[in-house]
Design a protein around this ligand. Structure first.
Ligand code: MRU
Length: 359
């Protein structure tokens, strides 16, 4: 996608290292961060310099390439995979990417492993881009159909950041937005701020702005009110892990938006590339929910009056805070799931119909 007219991805190999956009610095600073070791890749995932399920997977794949360049022995690679998987528990793409790369590397002679790992990490990235483009095409058809039934710009609501910053390129939930805008459909995006880490306010707003897509940031609690007043035509969100029955785990607060959408007859879609679907889990109740630091709730960062980024405390000193980072939206609340293979209902039968080889 474009940053001030320059096509840019979120991760790329660079002279034996890997470069990423440091998302902890956005939206106020645009900083390229260099990863030169497995440990640096794991740290980038853990502290969320990179985040979003597909991008976490891509970073893990490159993390294994960095590890294999240092020590391509069985024990070293298995240890590297374990270290990467331990960084964040919810997005299944992380485990998927680690298993994919290790399954390829371990049967190879050690001297061939590093080169194969770099090739496979690049393939993971290219496949992600292709999947997201396809999600964009399918989702844009939905947007076109809804836009054709109304006067004026279509109002779409999204939660968290499932845009190009959450993937290698294009995004999942926002790929249909970019494809629809490219097709000349007038639309406007309501951007949930997404407390506590504010991925909507800081990342979604930034990338939509850089790409020239009209948008408005709203407090997380505003969505239900806007839906009651007919100001949301469609919701599209991403997913960190979708169970075989169509239950969808995504950023905390997604469930409440789905409830409000159902109560107000607003279509609610989830954009889910194949690697985000976990056919080993029968329902969303089995998905591990990450608990993050209370400090993400008690403190907030932003630009101060002097234009410096600073962090302040929001809550009374000593008040405990809890920070479950994801929730599960039951399949019954979804209108459909947008995959790279087409749009389907949120059910085991519908997902199995699109991915028969994974059962
Ligand atoms: O905690 P994050 O920022 O990694 O959470 C990201 C999300 O919840 C996204 O919606 C999800 O990963 C889909 S990204 C295409």
């Amino acid at each position: 996608m474009n940053i001030d007219g320059t096509p840019t991805r979120t991760i790329w190999p660079a002279d034996g290292a890997v470069e990423i956009i440091d998302q902890t610095r956005l939206p106020h600073e645009y900083v390229i961060h260099r990863l030169t070791s497995l440990e640096a890749a794991a740290e980038a995932i853990r502290v969320m310099r990179v985040r979003g399920a597909p991008l976490i997977g891509a970073t893990a794949a490159y993390g294994l390439a960095l590890a294999a360049s240092r020590d391509a022995g069985d024990d070293a690679l298995r240890g590297a995979g374990d270290a990467l998987i331990a960084t964040r528990p919810t997005a299944v793409n992380l485990q998927w990417a680690v298993r994919r790369v290790l399954d390829l590397l371990l049967p190879l002679p050690p001297e061939q492993r590093a080169a194969a790992a770099w090739r496979e990490a690049a393939a993971v990235c290219e496949e992600d881009v292709a999947q997201n483009r396809a999600i964009g095409r399918h989702g844009a058809d939905l947007i076109k159909a809804i836009a054709a039934r109304k006067m004026g710009p279509l109002n779409l609501l999204t939660h968290c950041n499932a845009g190009w910053l959450a993937t290698v390129d294009w995004g999942t939930a926002l790929a249909p937005v970019y494809a629809a805008v490219a097709a000349g459909i007038p639309l406007h995006v309501w951007v949930d701020e997404t407390r506590p880490r504010n991925q909507g306010a800081s990342l979604t707003a930034w990338e939509l702005g850089k790409h020239g897509v009209p948008h408005t940031v709203i407090a997380d609690n505003a969505g239900g009110h806007l839906m009651q007043h007919g100001r949301v035509d469609l919701c599209i969100v991403g997913t960190d892990r979708t169970a075989a029955n169509g239950d969808v785990c995504n950023k905390i607060g997604t469930y409440l938006k789905a409830l409000a959408a159902r109560d107000n007859g607003v279509p609610f879609y989830v954009a889910a590339p194949g690697p985000s679907i976990d056919f080993t889990l029968m329902s969303g109740r089995e998905i591990p929910i990450e608990e993050r630091s209370a400090e993400e709730v008690t403190h907030i960062s932003g630009l101060d009056g002097e234009g410096r980024v600073s962090t302040v405390q929001l809550t009374p000193t000593g008040s405990p805070a809890a920070n479950p980072a994801f929730d599960v939206t039951p399949a019954r609340l979804l209108t459909g799931i947008i995959t790279e293979r087409g749009v389907c209902g949120a059910s085991r039968a519908a997902l199995a119909g699109l991915y028969p080889e994974r059962l």
